[in-house]
Design a protein around this ligand. Structure first.
Ligand SMILES: [Zn+2]
Length: 287
């Protein structure tokens, strides 16, 4: 078995392939094919949910509730999602996209079957907007707090001090938005970030981020994914040609083709727990 070939990075929403494994899991099942347009949720950094859609053959079809990661070890151990005992890309494992069905696999869905895979396009488009908006908001946040660093924390994708890389502890993307959490504890202060000045100017920082995001949306910059290879385990990077320069970020998700896809992107900052900044990003698509 070889790693699953994936086409979501080019924006594909459908494809034809051959079933190579069907694995019952409780009263449901997962289906693995040779090549798929479905984007799976990552098991180690589950920021973007997996695609949903349909697998069909002839007149039959089965609903896919979510595409997830699966892996099979050289010894034959098959594991799905959170049960995978190693990080993505670890040696000794083959990396697969598994399509989680809502129930047991129907009789026609067996290894060797020729199937058509169709992704729910409205959900994919919403998640792509949510993911691009999430990256832009984090870049705008880095710029909006840049002068609060007393030491150099390293650079982000636009050369600004990398608040995102230092403080982000979780990122959850949904259709047309995301929620990011940043740890503002002792270690960030030790790294040279002025958390007191940040807290005292929170509303101003939020305004700066939203002004920056409005300018980026107005730029209608091109956005795309560049891959190192055709399979799920090959590295992928998001590129965006912003007026300040090209931003390049390692990223396994899906994205819009252009920032012209947005009517607006805005954030709200919440510091009700002084140790935890919550940034909520909301994207509005063009009508
Ligand atoms: Zn990403």
């Amino acid at each position: 078995m070889s790693s699953t070939v994936v086409s979501f990075a080019e924006g594909s929403l459908r494809g034809d392939s051959i079933v190579i494994r069907v694995e019952p899991i409780g009263d449901a099942a997962v289906v693995v094919v040779e090549a798929t347009p479905f984007h799976p949720v990552d098991h180690t950094w589950p920021d973007q949910p997996g695609d949903a859609g349909l697998i069909s053959a002839g007149g039959d079809s089965a609903a896919v509730s979510e595409a997830v990661m699966a892996a099979i070890s050289d010894e034959g151990e098959f594991a799905v999602g959170a049960e995978i005992p190693v990080r993505r890309g670890a040696d000794g494992w083959t990396w697969l996209v598994a399509h989680r069905l809502e129930g047991a696999a129907p009789a026609w869905l067996t290894p060797g079957a020729q199937v058509r895979l169709v992704v729910d396009d409205a959900r994919r488009a919403g998640l792509s907007r949510g993911h691009t908006a999430c990256h832009l908001a984090s870049l705008a946040l880095d710029l909006a707090v840049a002068e609060l660093w007393r030491k150099d924390p390293g650079e982000d994708a636009l050369g600004a001090p990398d608040f995102e890389g230092r403080a982000n502890q979780s990122s959850r993307i949904h259709e047309d938005g995301s929620v990011d959490e940043y740890r503002l504890g002792k270690s960030l202060r030790k790294a040279g970030f002025d958390t007191e000045a940040f807290a005292a100017t929170l509303a101003d920082r939020e305004t700066r981020i939203n002004t920056q995001l409005a300018a980026w949306v107005a730029s209608a910059a091109e956005s795309r994914i560049v891959t190192d290879g055709p399979t799920i385990v090959d590295r992928r990077r998001w590129h965006c040609d912003l007026p300040e320069g090209e931003a390049v970020i390692l990223c396994g998700g899906t994205h819009v083709d252009s920032l012209a896809a947005f009517a607006s992107i805005t954030v709200t900052l919440d510091l009700s727990d002084p140790q935890l900044l919550v940034m909520t990003t909301t994207a509005v698509p063009v009508a």
